[in-house]
Design a binder for this molecule. Structure first.
Ligand code: GPV
Length: 835
């Protein structure tokens, strides 16, 4: 009271601020306030969605001080910023993650439940932000979590797609795509920053002119301009003060441009142009491991890269007088070649717009960029026709030609008279009839100081094969950075029971240092621990079983092996190899219904690119086999096949913890790394897999005896191809395999129509690019070993424990730390919350 005098006022925590207070009473008050004042609803008629929004704002408020403190500190201390340039960020839902990273998950859960509300239901109101296709986009999200958790100053730059990856429905066994209008109800996590908008130019032509010193220079006379409006989402580290930004750009029409047309009485045209501009950030291209090749896609890539570089230059010039040391302010990582046009854009900004000498600009550019390659598939490497690129970005095409010219001149002095080498290294491919293609991987290699693969085998094959000429020129530029995933989302959030067991036994430091899990090996021989391990897996399986019953109306046996393959559908990933094996098991049962087999539930999930015919047909085949197998009385429920529609981050969080067996069965030498493989293993699934991507390293860590290995090695695959591979001979010589293919051919799974699946059958028999038939027997035999191992619960549980506790290498914290030390040369920066 006033009578107490000023001393009483010196205790400011007496009443907590509703925006920052962490006591249960304050949190509750803030939550209910956000329901009433931000949304105008009473408790009596609030929907679960209203509650979600109220809670999201309650949490966001508690991030903001750390967020602004982080940004301020980076500015004050002129730190080097890690800039992750990526066309995709597959972030997953924010609410649960932000609660966990703030360390208030349990507190809030209790508060919500005290109000008589369903916490789980509220979490599920949030649309899963699907601004990515698969592994590449999810990797970017795991990296942002690790960067903030390791207290590294960083920013993610990308596109704020209005429509994310399509929602997948299954109708009559076929994939049907539904637009993902994820922003329809707004987005409480993002902060639009219209005052930091920048303009991006497109189209037009270039012109030579003379500057005031009489120097000949080039300027770009664009045909149109669009506004890029940044939207920032805070990305908190796990129990740190660091909150970094994910800065996504939205395209809008420039006001100035609009006015001209409007004043000229062309209102309709000005509105059309506005819509045209907005098209750029309208929709994510739903391709994984295949380039789109469309002009709009290139416009998207240039749009976000040009906006991000302007942003970084603005930040740099706030504390530096010129751009000579730009590379000391920003370490830019190119997530594949999607943002590789940034190399030409930075050259343009430095040379054309800031008057730097070409060679000086080139040094800065090379010191700024680093390139991550994510694929070995030659058809997945991006190439743009020079015509298309020149139409949209005339000055960039000239700059690319210049870069190539100087580069090839150097190569000629190093390796005289080697036209073949020049042809391989050239950024420009002469595709005949004057049809030139720009090879974006070559541009990325030439313009970067670092080139990395994403798993040991992948990096080795890049150096030996895909990028061998560059590896020969610059061996010192090549690095391996084996992928990782964040244990916060992929263990703590998705498997709370297992997390609680870990923490009970060894404390919670494993969430900051996954090597801690090794300590759990001491419990391997403890029957009580193994029992709890088993019970947790069974409980997770029961949860998933309930979900499958509810969403697909399929009843499954929780004592069966949950055998799971979830990932984008692609022929090289070989979902159809697993389907062939299921048909083989079915045939064995049909031949002898009394046969003793270990029951299995096969769970598939994954989206097919809408234009990828074979991938869509594989989905149809899977569902067609399910339809027959699930209802055949001879099977007696021993085999169940479930295709779970719309596999995404949220569904992954349900599935990984419930899996007994993780299917990682790509043709050796085709999967760059895989990251789902790591999420499964961390959650105690055993892997059946080829020696491909990161499987090799997972097997090394878990121990060969705890991994089900099958199939040809990458080397054997190459050798077989070289000697003329004949899939037909496998069909003719393997009775079981022949029975499987004949079953499909006969129309048994297609209501008697032998044509429906002919494209799959023909591709297997006459081409089999991915060598399913060569690997079939090895796979089927290996699956027998899996079944035998599963019969011995003790043995299986031990293997499961060892897989999980030995996965420290695959924490993205380890991956990011290596990037920081070896490529970016950055260190942690502590954020203080004191004023
Ligand atoms: I290139 N990847 C992807 O998800 N989309 C792409 O367009 C391309 C690659 C994936 C690879 O296929 C995976 O092997 C890898 O684990 C992942 O990128 C992350 O590196």
């Amino acid at each position: 009271t006033l009578a107490d005098g000023p001393e009483a006022l010196q205790c400011p925590t007496l009443i907590e601020d509703d925006r920052t207070g962490m006591s249960p009473e304050t949190l509750k008050r803030a939550f209910l306030d956000n329901l009433f004042y931000l949304q105008g609803v009473n408790r009596t008629d609030a929907s679960p969605y209203n509650y979600y929004v109220a809670l999201a704002y309650t949490v966001r408020d508690r991030l903001l001080r750390r967020f602004l403190k982080s940004t301020d500190t980076y500015k004050q201390e002129k730190v080097k910023l890690v800039c992750y340039f990526s066309a995709e960020f597959l972030m997953g839902r924010y609410l649960g993650n932000n609660l966990a990273n703030l360390g208030i998950y349990d507190l809030i859960k209790e508060m919500i439940e005290e109000l008589g509300l369903d916490f789980e239901e509220i979490i599920e109101q949030e649309p899963d932000p699907g601004l990515g296709n698969g592994g590449l986009g999810r990797l970017a999200a795991c990296f942002l979590d690790s960067l903030a958790s390791l207290e590294i100053p960083a920013i993610g730059y990308g596109i704020r797609y209005e429509f994310g990856i399509f929602h997948q429905m299954i109708q009559n066994g076929w994939q049907v795509e539904i637009p993902d209008n994820w922003l329809r109800f707004g987005n409480p996590w993002e902060l639009p920053r219209p005052d930091e908008s920048v303009e991006v130019k497109l189209g037009g032509r270039t012109e030579i002119y003379h500057d005031d010193k009489g120097q000949e220079r080039v300027q770009w006379l664009p045909e149109r301009r669009v506004l890029a409006i940044p939207h920032d989402t805070p990305v908190p580290g796990y129990k740190t003060n660091t909150v970094n930004a994910l800065r996504l750009w939205k395209a809008e029409a420039s006001e100035s441009f609009n006015f001209e047309a409007f004043n000229a009485g062309l209102y309709d045209q000005s509105v059309a142009e506005k819509m045209d501009a907005e098209t750029i950030s309208k929709v994510l291209y739903p391709n994984d491991n295949t380039p789109a090749g469309r002009e709009l896609r290139l416009a998207q890539q240039y749009f976000f890269v040009a906006a991000s570089l302007q942003d970084l230059i603005r930040i740099h010039l706030k504390s530096h007088k010129n751009l000579q040391n730009f590379h000391e302010t920003a370490a830019i990582q190119l997530n594949d070649t999607h943002p590789a046009i940034a190399i030409a854009e930075l050259m343009r900004l430095l040379v054309d717009e800031n008057g730097l000498e070409w060679s000086k600009a080139w040094t800065i550019t090379q010191k700024t960029f680093a390139y991550t390659n994510h694929t070995l598939l030659p058809e997945a490497l991006e190439r743009w026709s020079a015509d298309l690129l020149g139409k949209l970005l005339p000055r960039h095409l000239e700059i690319i030609y210049l870069i190539n010219h100087f580069f090839l001149d150097d190569v000629r002095t190093w390796f005289p008279d080697n036209e073949e080498l020049l042809g391989k290294l050239s950024i420009v491919e002469e595709a005949g009839w004057g049809n030139k293609q720009i090879r974006m991987a070559n541009l990325a290699c030439v313009g970067s100081h670092s080139i990395n693969g994403v798993a040991a085998l992948h990096t080795e094959l890049l150096q030996k094969d895909t990028l061998k000429e560059f590896a020969m020129l610059w061996p010192e530029k090549f690095y391996n950075k084996t992928n990782g995933v964040t244990p916060r989302r992929w263990i703590l959030l998705s498997n709370p029971q297992l997390s609680a067991l870990f923490t009970e036994k060894i404390g919670d430091n494993w969430l900051k240092d996954l090597k801690e899990l090794r300590k759990l090996e001491q419990y391997l021989d403890d029957p009580e621990f193994r029992q709890r391990w088993y019970e947790i897996k069974q409980a997770n399986k029961a949860d998933l079983a309930a979900y499958m019953l509810k969403t697909r109306n399929i009843e499954v046996d929780v004592n069966s092996i949950f055998d799971v393959q979830v990932k984008r559908i692609h022929e090289y990933k070989r979902q159809h190899l697993a389907v062939l094996h299921i048909i083989a098991l079915y045939n064995r049962i049909k031949q002898n219904p009394q046969i003793d087999i270990v029951p299995r539930t096969f769970i598939f999930g994954g989206k097919a690119a809408p234009g990828y015919f074979m991938a869509k047909l594989i989905i149809k085949l899977t569902n067609a086999v399910a339809e027959i197998v699930n209802k055949d009385p001879d099977v007696r429920g021993r085999l169940k096949l479930v295709f779970l529609p719309n596999f995404n981050v949220s569904l992954g969080q349900r599935i990984y913890p419930a899996a007994d067996l993780s299917e990682q069965i790509s043709t050796a030498g085709k999967e760059a790394s895989g990251t789902g493989n790591m999420k499964f293993a961390m959650n105690g699934s055993l892997t059946i897999g080829t020696l491909d991507g990161a499987n090799i390293e997972i097997r090394e860590e878990a121990g060969a005896e705890n991994f089900f290995l099958f199939g040809l090695t990458a080397e054997e695959v190459y050798a077989k191809k070289a000697h003329g591979y004949e899939p037909m001979s496998y069909y003719k010589n393997n009775r079981e395999l022949k029975g499987v293919i004949d079953r499909i051919k006969s129309g048994y799974f297609s209501h008697g129509d032998p044509e429906l699946f002919r494209p799959i059958v023909d591709s297997l028999l006459y081409d089999d690019q991915y060598m399913l038939l060569a690997d079939y027997q090895s796979y089927a035999d290996c699956q027998e070993q899996v079944s035998e191992a599963y019969r011995d619960r003790d043995k299986w549980t031990r293997m499961s424990i060892l897989n999980s506790v030995r996965m420290a290498k695959f924490s993205s914290d380890r991956t990011i730390w290596e990037y920081c030390q070896e490529i970016w040369k950055v260190n942690p920066v502590k954020i203080s919350l004191e004023d």
